[in-house]
Ligand binder design. Structure first.
Ligand code: HSE
Length: 372
């Protein structure tokens, strides 16, 4: 029997409690033993929840309970989440998280701390929600040189862009819907401004190339500047405007990383990824293209990945997996120097340019890099 505590009973934390309880038999079969939820730590009172008897307010209760073997951190952010994660790892507890900000900004430190204390720090849910992405990248594709990764990794903005086209909604209205469905961050700025997608891009780069990519070094443009007329024009020409995460390993040995809205032609499968779905195409030198698709946000789908990590942590409780990357910086190139076709609006008319570097784009009212 392994006992578990959940830190933070929000969208993801409540989903984790539900999955672990409703799928207890599957979890036990996978882990090889029963996994029992013992505490939920949250500063709020949630008297109406069926989990109310497990609620505690003081993390020290979890930290000091030797029965607790696994801690699930679904608080989010880098405040108490960072402090509690450090303390849980230092107390010899495995930690599982969906917190992409924490992994992107403090992954090097926390993975080193996990190693020092002989425990696992897992974060499959931090990128692509319920889609298995990070284990395939780290395990199954580990014999490849990863050449590029491109994808839609923010469910909220993909939902908004889809809803704007399908029902002629303005951004604010579509955002409210995405929030009511539990996709958006508490502060939706990180979705709309692309920061959330940048964090996920960094985690992918860290794992793929074994060096640290810091979020503040990734050029980013969110979706606030995407107008309904841009989306409609792109659709009329057979494509779609999508917020893409891009990572390209250049022949110069540099990595080109950025997040921006792109024009995605119908010939790309990414054009057809709608609503809150996420998709990632990973290209390796041996495997070629692989595509991962599924539900990238939301309570229970994200909890599916967290619960899977819990199972794996229990399976590997005596022989932790050696996941990690160096704190040496990943050498970066400037994406603006990569030639590309552009979809631009000039004097009210849309057209595609020849391949151009960003500094050669003619004066225009709107421009999107074309995904080739
Ligand atoms: N706000 C995030 C998204 C949640 O919309 O993708 C999942 O990481």
């Amino acid at each position: 029997m392994t006992y578990l505590a959940i830190l933070g009973f929000g969208t993801v934390g409540s989903g984790v409690a539900k999955v672990l309880t409703e799928n207890a038999a599957e979890v036990a079969a996978g882990a090889g033993e029963e996994v029992r939820l013992k505490y939920i730590v949250d500063i709020r009172n949630i008297p109406d929840s069926p989990f109310a008897p497990l609620m505690v307010k003081d993390f020290a209760v979890v930290e000091q309970d030797p029965e607790v073997g696994v801690v699930v951190e679904t608080i989010g952010g880098c405040g108490v989440a960072l402090a509690f994660t450090r303390r849980a790892l230092a107390a010899g507890k495995h930690v599982v998280t969906s917190n992409k900000q924490l992994v992107a900004e403090h992954g090097v430190e926390l993975l080193a701390l996990a190693k020092e204390h002989g425990v696992n720090y897992f974060f499959e849910a931090s990128v692509g929600g319920g889609i298995p992405l990070l284990r395939p990248l780290f395990n199954d594709l580990s014999a490849n040189r990863i050449l590029s990764m491109k994808g839609i990794l923010n469910g909220t903005t993909n939902y908004i862009l889809t809803a704007m086209l399908q029902s002629g909604k303005e951004l604010d209205e579509a955002l409210k819907e995405a929030q009511s469905l539990g996709y958006a961050e508490l502060n939706p700025d990180s979705d709309l401004d692309g920061t959330d997608a940048v964090r996920k891009t960094c985690i992918l780069a860290d794992l793929a190339w074994g060096r640290e990519l810091k979020p503040e070094l990734v050029p980013v443009e969110g979706i606030r500047g995407v107008a309904l007329q841009d989306i409609r024009s792109a659709a009329a020409s057979g494509g779609a405007i999508k917020l893409l995460c891009r990572l390209i390993r250049g022949e110069d040995g540099l990595t080109y990383a950025w997040v921006a809205p792109h024009y995605v032609p119908a010939s790309s499968m990414l054009c057809h990824v709608d609503q809150a779905f996420n998709a990632l195409i990973i290209t390796g030198n041996a495997v070629g293209d692989t595509m991962f698709y599924g539900t990238g946000a939301g309570s229970v789908p994200t909890a599916s990945a967290v619960a899977g990590d819990v199972v794996d942590a229990v399976r590997h409780k005596s022989s932790p997996r050696g996941i990690g990357w160096s704190d040496a910086p990943l050498p970066l190139g400037d994406p603006d120097t990569l030639p590309s076709r552009w979809y631009i609006r000039s004097e009210g008319k849309w057209h595609f340019t020849e391949p151009l570097t960003a500094d050669r784009i003619p004066a225009c009212e709107a421009r999107y890099r074309v995904l080739d």
